[in-house]
Design a protein around this ligand. Structure first.
Ligand SMILES: Nc1nc2c(ncn2[C@@H]2O[C@H](COP(=O)(O)OP(=O)(O)OP(=O)(O)O)[C@@H](O)[C@H]2O)c(=O)[nH]1
Length: 825
């Protein structure tokens, strides 16, 4: 029989008869490990398989196993991707959120691409253009990234782009998430993302254990005496639950496979189900199978629940408890009445209850309690599985069916819609069950009556529908959340990968260009450093030469012409001759000092010029150039030479006759007489002596004395009259000699040029330092850019790889989605 829960046109091969070898092989191959989280069985296609696997013919249980296996694998892959996102986000690349406007996209280095930046269009372009040909997933991701910019006040933009990894950044006001994220630094965003990923990983773990969980609970509820226990026994093909014509079940009895109790058939009577632990004997009381009837029918309130571990000796494909795909636990409830209604409803509401099987007696139809329970339960579970039991006792079977279906329509319209699969009219007592130690159970009596055969077939049909219903419900309750969550998460990972990959690629491209540009400017800088350094040295030397030449020339000229500086000075008379002499000296020295100052000014000006030239050659360099102050460049008292040059009496007389010949004839006459006399005779003294002898001393005294006096007078008069000139000459000579002796010109020139050089050196040193810094900065920049390049390239590769992975995962999910739709109602 085919079921509407299964893909249309697919073969449903679950048949509970031992002839069906195909099903046997398929289901056996799934075994216990079919849904384990480790090795997938060979027949399960891998998660990366395409739609080709879609053509696989599934049985209901096989489809479930196949789907859960794939989902588990996808969950594992997603978890591992999220792990690598965390690692990358923490250590290598702060993953960015597409709060996008792309113009605000920050690079990993924290740069924000301005709106008109080429990078903006590059990212946008890259997101639009890359990775042809387009497939559905990439198209979806791009559509998300290019979603129109919302209103500025909206905080929904990231929510539109991300489903589960979006950050809750609402301020509580109308500011957008983007505005909030702009206020956060990148590491804060990275931390927020990390927290989100951790939450996501936890969710994946929960979903994985939910998907991997192979157990399912089926609650068997119904009116008193409707035949619930008989029905459970019929499903087990064993007389486990006590059956009585009197209402007997007063306690919830959960029938589980013996494997869940280390293969020991036991009954655990539990007082506190929350504290129950199979390993801890203090949490339950063991009860003999022989005493089960007494325990459940005694109405004792000592126990709240029983766990009955029993063996289902049928083969996997026939067994309901342990069928190789899902371990089903059947919970036999007390019959519904006013007292038990509330408890049973509460029990039914538990999330772990996958399916509610409601047993109603065909003879009695639905009681008020039943209707109340059913309408509540159908709200909770949407679909109910209804077993109309004791159908053998009905004569007008069609009428009964119609009546019951009418009632079902009222209490659970959705169940009624699928009544063909969800409502079964059966006779539980028609199923042969194991009695005593007889282990051979035949599915049908040796030669059953036609009516019995029909009842058995009806029951088998019920079993098949029930199993499919359980698997379908499990798919819905256990697989659907995983599928839905994965779809959203995979899309988010894709959005983040595409967005960050694009940023990384652009950043790598930019970094590469920066690196190439940097290489060139580094070389230029090194060249400049050499050339400009040499040029600056040349400026300094030229300026120094100029200063030396200027200073020397000025000083030498001034010193040689020093006597001219006093030409215009008025001689105040003999009485003030001494003061005049000092004034003359001072004026002469001042004149030299003036020249020194002039040279200093010249040197200052030239030094400033040179410094300016040096500095201007480094004006393209980063950083401030050093301010060089020249105002205190020369502060020495230049008149110190005046201390060493003093006026003396000899300065008033100029004994340098040779020079005076032209100045006065009297002196010449006097000197000439003396010299003529001496020229023919001896020296002046002997001539004078001879003259004295010749003239006679007395005569001589009479003649010579007046002559001497006249000559002396003339001389004195001459001296007095020539005093200014003599003094000037003498002092000039004296100063010149003194300055020459002390190498004054050289000393001063050296001093002046040294100071200038010192200042110019400061400028060249500063220039060198700035060059060095610039080179260092350039090197640092290169190192940083290189590391950005490496990081960005790695990140681009990483996100591209991740994108390919999630792309393939999205395809697999899509395929599963089709299967899902096929399995859906
Ligand atoms: N004729 C007929 N009798 C049935 C059928 N199923 C159950 N019975 C009988 O109905 C009576 C009650 O059966 P139970 O299985 O104990 O009913 P129950 O719903 O478990 O009863 P409580 O747990 O006490 O509410 C027993 O005598 C069964 O033999 C059936 O399909 N046909």
């Amino acid at each position: 029989m085919s079921s509407s829960f299964l893909p249309a046109g697919r073969n449903v091969q679950i048949k509970f008869n031992s002839d069906n070898r195909n099903t046997d092989v398929l289901i056996n191959s799934l075994s216990d490990k079919a849904v384990s989280t480790t090795t997938p069985p060979a027949i399960i296609p891998s998660t990366t398989e395409s739609h080709a696997s879609h053509s696989f013919k599934f049985t209901g249980s096989h489809a479930f196993a196949h789907k859960s296996q794939k989902l588990l694998s996808l969950l594992r892959d997603t978890k591992s991707i999220l792990g690598s996102y965390r690692e990358v986000n923490r250590e290598k690349w702060h993953i960015q959120y597409p709060f996008i406007r792309l113009n605000k996209a920050q690079t990993s280095t924290g740069r924000i691409f301005p709106k008109d930046d080429n990078n903006l269009s590059s990212i946008s372009e890259r997101i639009t253009m890359r990775a042809e040909p387009l497939n559905k997933f990439r198209e979806q991701i791009r559509a998300k990234l290019h979603a129109p910019e919302p209103d500025m006040s909206s905080s929904q933009e990231s929510i539109n782009k991300l489903n589960v990894l979006n950050l809750d950044l609402k301020n509580g006001d109308r500011s957008s998430a983007e505005n909030v994220v702009e206020k956060l630094d990148k590491s804060s965003v990275a931390t927020l993302l990390d927290e989100r990923i951790v939450q996501s990983i936890k969710r994946i773990e929960n979903l994985s254990s939910r998907v991997a969980d192979t157990s399912s609970k089926v609650l068997v509820a119904g009116d008193v005496n409707a035949g619930k226990s008989t029905f459970v026994n019929a499903l087990l093909r064993r007389e486990i639950m006590p059956v009585d014509q009197q209402p007997c079940t007063t306690i919830f009895c959960e029938v589980l496979n013996v494997q869940e109790n280390s293969n020991k058939e036991e009954i655990h009577a539990i007082k506190n189900i929350e504290a129950y632990n199979r390993e801890d004997k203090n949490t339950y009381t063991k009860i003999d199978f022989a005493n089960l009837f007494d325990t459940i029918s005694s109405g004792t309130e000592e126990y709240t629940q029983l766990k009955v571990y029993c063996k289902d000796k049928r083969k996997a494909q026939q067994s309901l408890l342990h069928n190789g795909v899902v371990d089903i636990a059947l919970i036999d409830c007390p019959g519904l009445n006013r007292d038990t209604l509330k408890t049973t409803a509460l029990f039914a509401r538990q999330e772990e209850i996958d399916v509610i099987v409601f047993v109603v007696s065909a003879e009695n139809h639905f009681t008020l309690s039943a209707k109340e329970f059913l309408s509540n339960a159908s709200n909770e579970k949407a679909y109910l599985f209804i077993v109309v039991n004791r159908f053998d006792n009905i004569r007008d079977k069609n009428k009964c069916k119609r009546n019951i279906l009418e009632q079902i329509k009222e209490v659970s319209p959705r169940t009624h819609e699928h009544s063909k699969d969800l409502v079964h009219f059966v006779t539980s007592t028609a199923i042969p069950i194991e009695s005593g130690n007889d282990e051979s159970i035949s599915e049908s009596p040796a030669s059953p009556h036609t009516s019995d055969r029909q009842r058995i077939e009806d029951f088998q049909s019920l079993e098949e529908s029930l199993r499919n219903f359980i698997l379908k419900k499990r798919s819905k309750s256990k697989l659907a959340p995983a599928q839905y969550y994965l779809e959203n998460l995979v899309s988010d990972i894709g959005v983040l990968a595409e967005f960050n990959g694009s940023i990384a690629s652009i950043e790598a491209k930019t970094a590469l260009k920066e690196l190439q540009d940097g290489e060139r400017s580094f070389e230029r800088l090194c060249n400049d450093e050499k050339c400009i350094g040499a040029k600056a040295e040349k400026y300094v030397e030229e300026t120094c030469d100029l200063i030396v030449r200027f200073t020397k020339q000025r000083l030498e000229h001034a010193i040689s012409e020093i006597d001219k500086s006093v030409i215009n000075i008025k001689y105040p008379g003999l009485l003030y001759a001494w003061a005049f002499a000092n004034d003359v000296r001072d004026i002469m020295l001042d004149e030299i000092s003036k020249e020194v100052r002039l040279s200093e000014e010249f040197a200052k000006k030239e030094t400033a010029l040179c410094i300016s030239k040096i500095q201007s050659s480094g004006e393209n360099l980063e950083g401030n150039q050093r301010q060089i102050k020249l105002d205190k460049m020369y502060k020495r008292d230049h008149n110190i030479i005046s201390n060493a040059i003093t006026v003396s009496l000899s300065d008033f007389v100029d004994l340098n006759f040779d020079k005076n010949v032209n100045d006065g004839l009297s002196i010449i006459g006097f000197s000439g007489c003396t010299l003529i006399a001496v020229a023919t005779r001896l020296d002046a003294f002997s001539s004078l002596w001879k003259i004295t002898n010749f003239i006679g001393f007395n005569n001589l005294r009479k003649i010579a004395l007046p002559m001497i006096l006249i000559a002396g007078g003339i001389s004195v008069a001459y001296i007095v009259s020539d005093l200014k000139r003599s003094l000037t000459r003498n002092l000039a000579r004296k100063i010149q000699q003194q300055l020459a002796q002390s190498q004054y010109v050289d000393t001063e020139t050296n001093r002046i040029v040294r100071q200038g050089r010192k200042k110019m050196r400061l400028a060249t040193d500063d220039l060198r330092t700035r060059f060095r810094h610039a080179v260092e900065e350039e090197e640092k920049k290169r190192i940083v850019t290189k590391s950005i390049l490496t990081k960005s390239e790695e990140a681009a590769r990483f996100f591209e790889e991740i994108f390919s992975k999630v792309e393939s995962m999205a395809n697999t999910l899509d395929t599963l989605g089709h299967e899902w739709e096929d399995m859906d109602d």
